[in-house]
Design a protein around this ligand. Structure first.
Ligand code: SF4
Ligand code: SF4
Length: 318
């Protein structure tokens, strides 16, 4: 086995990753200063990308809350699909992979926090970490790295889509300073169905995602391009962080923002009024709207959830 094959075998068969690909570090050298592979590891040559799917049972727990009104079920989704377990799971997989690579191949390997909650900045920011001027904090651009490594492609919802699981997986990244065998970017069938689907835009309760084809941008890497939406992050925050009681869960929240397009000042002022939360890993209450991820049909959604009676989505229109 080559070194690349050994690394992939370790991730797939020892760490239980669902997919692994390897991209050249040069694929992300057009990222902003500070976010390029060599800014994190001088001499970086390769990015090992892996994914771990979120179990269907944890995903469907969100449907029990959103469709049946069973708010207790949402705790299962939050803990096992969104916050605690996916983060910890990928943390440990990355740590084991880095140890394996360094111990066996005499090189340096860096685990890159990349899952939900891992890639945000400290919570003493005036705004939620993924809003306004702090938009989309990440150390290394995971979805673009995954595209370059042939794992999948980005959808209109801005998430990495894979044929098998759609957007319902976590990405793990490891940077290393050895040259490896690189996978070609994903060249399979187009995964995001764009205007013929448009579900992510339709289900967004804040209209934060524009209809497909409107207000989009091209994200390219290694010659492969995808159209993604310019998401209104501030609007998304109103639902995701429940700045309005209609988006709250078991614990009600005050109506702090009624504007559907809040500016940074409005968001910062409302954020300052959120109580510190001792029960959340992020120390501020998360409510996880996530409809743009939960209902994306890519990844056999109909067979996994619709046909099994785990979601009523789409049935209302029949
Ligand atoms: S919901 Fe439809 S339009 Fe949106 S990302 Fe998924 S496939 Fe693309
Ligand atoms: S998480 Fe919810 S509010 Fe935010 S973009 Fe997705 S569907 Fe819209």
């Amino acid at each position: 086995m080559s070194i690349s094959e050994k690394i992939k075998d370790f991730l797939l068969n020892v760490c239980s990753a669902d997919a692994v690909g390897i991209a050249p570090a040069s694929a992300l050298m057009d990222e902003p200063e500070g976010k390029r592979p060599t800014d994190i590891l001088p001499g970086a040559k390769s990015i090992v990308v892996f994914t771990r799917r979120i179990p269907d049972g944890a995903i469907q727990a969100a449907f029990r809350a959103k469709e049946d009104g069973n708010e207790d079920a949402f705790s299962s989704y939050a803990a096992y699909a969104r916050e605690l377990t996916p983060n910890m799971s990928v943390f440990f997989m990355q740590f084991r992979a880095v140890k394996f690579i360094e111990d066996n191949f005499r090189c340096v390997a860096v685990p890159i926090p990349s899952g939900p909650m891992q890639n945000v900045s400290s919570t003493n920011l005036p705004l939620p970490a993924f809003a306004g001027p702090c938009q989309r904090h990440y150390i290394l651009n995971g979805p673009r790295a995954a595209m370059a490594a042939g794992v999948g492609e980005m959808g209109w919802n801005n998430l990495l889509l894979t044929k098998e699981y759609g957007p319902r997986q976590t990405i793990g990244l490891v940077l290393t300073n050895i040259e490896l065998d690189y996978d070609a970017p994903y060249t399979g069938e187009k995964l995001c169905m764009g205007e013929s689907c448009g579900i992510c835009a339709k289900v967004c309760p804040m209209a934060a995602i524009p209809p497909c084809g409107e207000k989009g941008r091209e994200v390219g890497v290694c010659g492969r391009e995808c159209s993604v939406a310019n998401i209104n992050d501030n609007a998304c925050c109103v639902a995701s962080l429940a700045f309005r009681n209609e988006f709250s869960g078991k614990a009600t929240t005050p109506d702090l923002i009624m504007d559907n397009n809040p500016d940074d000042e409005t968001l910062a002022a409302a954020y300052g009024k959120k109580p510190f939360n001792h029960n959340s890993l992020g120390h501020h209450p998360n409510y996880y709207c996530d409809k743009c991820m939960l209902y994306c049909p890519v990844g056999n959604w109909q067979q996994r959830f619709g046909d099994k009676g785990l979601s009523k989505f789409g049935k209302e229109e029949e």
